[in-house]
Design a protein around this ligand. Structure first.
Ligand code: GDP
Ligand code: IMO
Ligand code: MG
Length: 422
């Protein structure tokens, strides 16, 4: 067996949570491989909305095991809140959730450092979710981090104090002591609460599962253009959000990767700072935000909106080796007379069809092709046989340009508003 991967091809919030939830019945295990509580994955079914931050989106299906892999960073406080909210709804979390011993911990001081770092950056701030992601991955690669497994060692408190001492050195005179005291007590209580969740060597568990014929889906967080190596650096997150991140974030060998499902919106959004060539700072962008309800699932911030960007998407398909695509939120475009697609960038009068290295420094003029809108409500269609021709033409055009089939078309936020083609 091989591990299938599902990840975002844009700047996050493509609808990963929804599609993982939809396809979970086909899998035995759903495994998150990177990111942490900066993610917000929304699931809507039976008239209820759920937002998950650290827990994989397979948690609502009884017979699926959910793994938080070694590549994920965990804030015990957020994870506890997530588990309690699920338990209050009758979801059996304890039975269906396991965590890698090697996943790193977000300490209260990591969150304070995140805020401090953004303040120092001034107008160049990244627009971080301030969940402590960057500082935690820095301590991981700096070989100072604390892992979930360490919490059950006798010298855990000592390790904790050593790392906090290092953070105190960086924070200097920055005001944080009262805040830290309050955060620390909640943090330790949350760790105590989490002692009921099993910690495992997840790389072994997952490879054993594969060898015994189990089906695994790896769930990405963020999106390709937020990848630490391939995204719009430095306006990115601190992990590898691309397919390769599955190998390091779960311990899956490259030759064990199966299908790679890349998710994209029929238009484009970004939350936080950084370049966004097709951004619309006009009433069209405002309409996309309103109709698409484009407000952050984690921070509530307005998401920036714009037209679909083919050079960026082609790049994302290439980097991930996407074998199949899911197109999300097509219904948001239902009322538009025409739909613009960015086919190229113009930089200093020269046409480019890929993302430039210095994307932040150059002025990019997006070159658009206009396609006719379908002007029909898609939200209740159950198959593409009911779809208008202009919509089918839009799908066919994107499939041809991206050279990859679109196997899933999503026409509304609910689990049921999903058309599976293959
Ligand atoms: P994720 O981070 O990739 O899981 O995506 P988010 O949950 O942050 O953002 C996606 C948003 O779009 C959520 O509010 C979803 O409920 C919503 N959504 C997902 N698919 C569709 C769709 O096809 N149509 C509409 N209108 N909304 C959708
Ligand atoms: P999901 O999984 C959209 C953005 C932040 C900021 C940058 C760095 O829901 O798609 P960080 O907190 O990682 O230091 O923030 O990345 N960002 C996201 N944008 N969706 C996400 O996750 C994101 N996670 C981080 O807004 O610009
Ligand atoms: Mg999200």
């Amino acid at each position: 067996m091989k591990v299938d991967v599902l990840l975002g091809l844009q700047w996050g919030d493509e609808g990963k949570g929804k599609i993982v939830d939809v396809v979970t019945p086909d899998y035995d295990i759903i495994a998150r491989f990177q990111g942490g509580p900066n993610a917000g994955h929304t699931l809507i079914f039976d008239g209820q909305k759920q937002v998950l931050h650290t827990i994989p989106s397979g948690i609502f299906r009884q017979n699926t095991m959910n793994v938080i892999g070694n590549g994920v960073v965990i804030d015990p406080v957020t994870l506890r809140a997530e588990i309690e909210a699920l338990e209050a709804k009758g979801v059996q979390v304890e039975k269906n959730l396991i965590i890698s011993r090697k996943a790193h911990l977000i300490l209260p001081t990591h969150r304070i450092l995140d805020k401090y770092s953004e303040e120092l950056k001034g107008h160049k701030k990244i627009g971080s979710t301030l969940k402590g992601i960057g500082p935690t991955y820095m301590d991981k690669t700096g070989r100072n981090g604390i892992r979930m497994g360490d919490t059950r060692l006798s010298n855990f408190k000592e390790r904790y104090e050593t790392l906090v001492e290092k953070h105190r050195g960086i924070l200097g005179d920055y005001e944080y002591n009262d805040l830290l005291k309050e955060m620390e007590s909640k943090w330790f209580e949350a760790l105590e609460f989490l002692s009921k969740i099993e910690l495992i060597d997840s790389e072994q568990y997952l490879n054993d599962a594969l060898n015994s014929g189990k089906k695994i889906l790896a769930e990405g967080a963020q999106g390709t253009l937020l990848d630490i190596d391939f995204g719009t650096y430095p306006y990115v997150t601190s992990s590898n959000t691309v397919t390769a991140g599955t190998c390091t974030g779960l311990g899956i060998a490259p030759n064990k990767i199966g299908e790679v499902i890349g998710i994209f919106k029929a238009y484009c959004t970004r939350v936080g700072s950084g370049p966004f060539p097709t951004e619309l700072n006009d009433e069209v962008g405002e309409s996309l935000r309103k109709i698409g309800f484009e407000y952050g699932a984690t921070t509530g911030r307005d998401r920036r909106c714009g037209w679909i960007d083919l050079p960026a998407l082609k790049y994302a398909v290439m980097i991930n080796g996407a074998t199949n695509l899911s197109m999300m939120k097509a219904d948001v475009l239902d009322t538009f007379d025409e739909i613009l697609v960015c086919t190229h960038y113009e930089i200093d009068g020269v046409k480019h069809d890929y993302l430039p290295y210095d994307i932040d420094a150059v002025t990019i003029k997006p070159i658009y092709k206009a396609l006719p809108g379908w002007k029909k409500d898609l939200t209740s269609i159950k198959s593409l046989d009911e779809a208008p021709k202009a919509f089918l033409d839009y799908i066919a055009y994107l499939e041809k340009e991206l050279n990859t089939p679109i196997g899933i078309v999503s026409v509304g936020p609910d689990r049921d508003q999903t058309i599976i083609r293959n």
